[in-house]
Design a protein around this ligand. Structure first.
Ligand SMILES: [Zn+2]
Length: 446
């Protein structure tokens, strides 16, 4: 570490080998050494002694709807990346829909990159979108650096992003498999959704009944069948139904290349506690019962679920009406994901190492960024969150950096206060004070 510019020292550094007292040396934005806590600091280096605060790798959130440009009143790159930074996230991958244009052609990707470039407080990458009519665009989007392609098997909620019918899924999957890409899927079966009782209104139980587990299970089963037939790599987005877990585990055991994510709201909120009319809790698939949640935690523990991502999908407050059928479906939680998951994880006896694995290491692996992100290890970017894990705070929506102050976590007391967040060795936020944007745009190949 003789040429180190910066040394971060903590009694609790989370490394791939476990948590230990260490000094982390940084040069040119990268980690160059992980040394004993009392290692001498070279004269060239600035020492940042974090005391007992935990130093963890910055989180990598691969499921965020930034909505910029086009629906910037819902969220935008400026607000989303500040919120993310405040929550300990140093990389996000933006979903291809809800912005206008959606990320479904290379020119659209360029538009989005241009908009994001000078607003990104953290590193930003992009997913592409797979629509019924853009199969011929996928390879060029792949070559332009998107991390994979999102498709819906049921209506997406916005007209400009139609879902894939059965034959279209097979065609899309075959095309993506041909160039070794990744297909990520919103898996709910449209026929089972339309045959479920659609009562509408303010009762959460009615909404839950309108998006049954069976719709998820059936769509996931189909996805697995197609992936197996084509030897394609697929990823199940925002798993909510625990009933799908055994077949996922079985498919993986048989060598099917399927990975799975779930979200903080499925892990920390339950159907039983959603008040009538409280559509800030509406998302698709829905938040289910407490017993379902227990099984999701079990699957995280045993590795059937790979990772945890926010699926931050906000809207303006006026779209969050008290009718669950028509209210915007999406939960806003970007800034709170680390604290929310940590609060419940610790209650269930998991460690911060587990949270780091689910929210940083595995998500980096999902998008192939694990040579740069996702661990405090030599050669990785010096992206960090500094966390006081035992400190608590009560969620005040107005105090969040999200564009809109609507969140299902309002009023909750959470464990884990992010003291500062670092990107490539530079502190980008500390105690609510942000620097100018220092994020970079990431591509799959660079
Ligand atoms: Zn989403």
């Amino acid at each position: 570490m003789s040429d180190a510019e910066l040394v971060l020292r903590s009694t609790r550094v989370i490394t791939p080998e476990g948590t230990r007292a260490a000094s982390v040396a940084v040069t040119d934005g990268r980690i160059t050494a992980v040394l004993p806590h009392d290692a001498p600091v070279p004269e060239s280096a600035r020492l940042e002694d974090l005391g007992d605060h935990v130093l963890l790798p910055g989180l990598v959130d691969t499921h965020v709807h930034v909505n910029d440009p086009g629906r910037t009143e819902w969220e935008g790159f400026w607000t989303a990346t500040r919120a993310a930074a405040a929550g300990g996230i140093t990389t996000l991958v933006d979903m291809p829909l809800n912005s206008l244009p959606p990320t479904t052609t290379v020119p659209h990707l360029r538009t989005k990159q241009q908009v994001a470039a000078d607003k990104a407080h953290i590193d930003v990458g992009f997913w592409g979108g797979a629509l019924p009519d853009n199969v011929k665009e996928l390879r060029s989007l792949h070559e332009a650096g998107v991390f994979g392609f999102k498709a819906f098997l049921s209506p997406s909620g916005v007209d400009e992003f139609p879902h894939l019918e059965r034959d279209q899924l097979a065609r899309t999957m075959a095309e993506i498999a041909a160039f070794g890409g990744l297909l990520i899927v919103h898996a709910e079966d449209p026929h089972l959704l339309s045959s479920a009782p659609q009562r509408g209104g303010p009762k959460y139980a009615d909404f839950l009944a309108s998006r049954p587990r069976d719709a998820e299970d059936t769509a996931i089963a189909r996805l697995i069948r197609e992936a197996k037939a084509l030897d394609a790599r697929v990823h199940v987005l925002h798993l909510s139904s625990s009933d799908a877990l055994p077949m996922i585990a079985q498919a993986r055991a048989e060598g099917v290349r399927v990975t799975v994510e779930t979200c903080p709201h499925y892990l920390t909120l339950t159907a039983e506690e959603v008040p009538d009319g409280a559509s800030e809790f509406k998302c698709c698939p829905p938040i289910r019962e407490a017993a379902n949640q227990d099984l999701l935690w079990q699957a995280l523990a045993d590795g059937t679920i790979d990772c945890v991502v926010t699926d931050h999908s906000p809207s303006t407050a006026d779209l969050k009406t008290d009718d669950f059928a028509t209210a915007w479906g999406g939960i806003s939680g970007l800034q709170l994901s680390l604290a929310a998951v940590w609060t419940e994880a610790r209650r269930r006896g998991h460690g911060l190492e587990d949270v780091v694995r689910w929210m940083s290491t595995r998500t980096s692996e999902l998008v192939g960024l694990d040579d740069r992100k996702g661990a405090i290890a030599v050669g990785r970017d010096a992206d960090f969150a500094v966390l006081a894990p035992d400190e608590t705070f009560t969620v005040d929506p107005v105090a969040l950096q999200h564009r809109n102050h609507v969140t299902a976590y309002a009023g909750r007391t959470l464990h884990g206060v992010v003291k500062s967040t670092w990107l490539r060795g530079q502190r980008i936020v500390a105690d609510g004070e942000f620097t100018e944007p220092k994020g970079r745009l990431l591509t799959r190949t660079s």
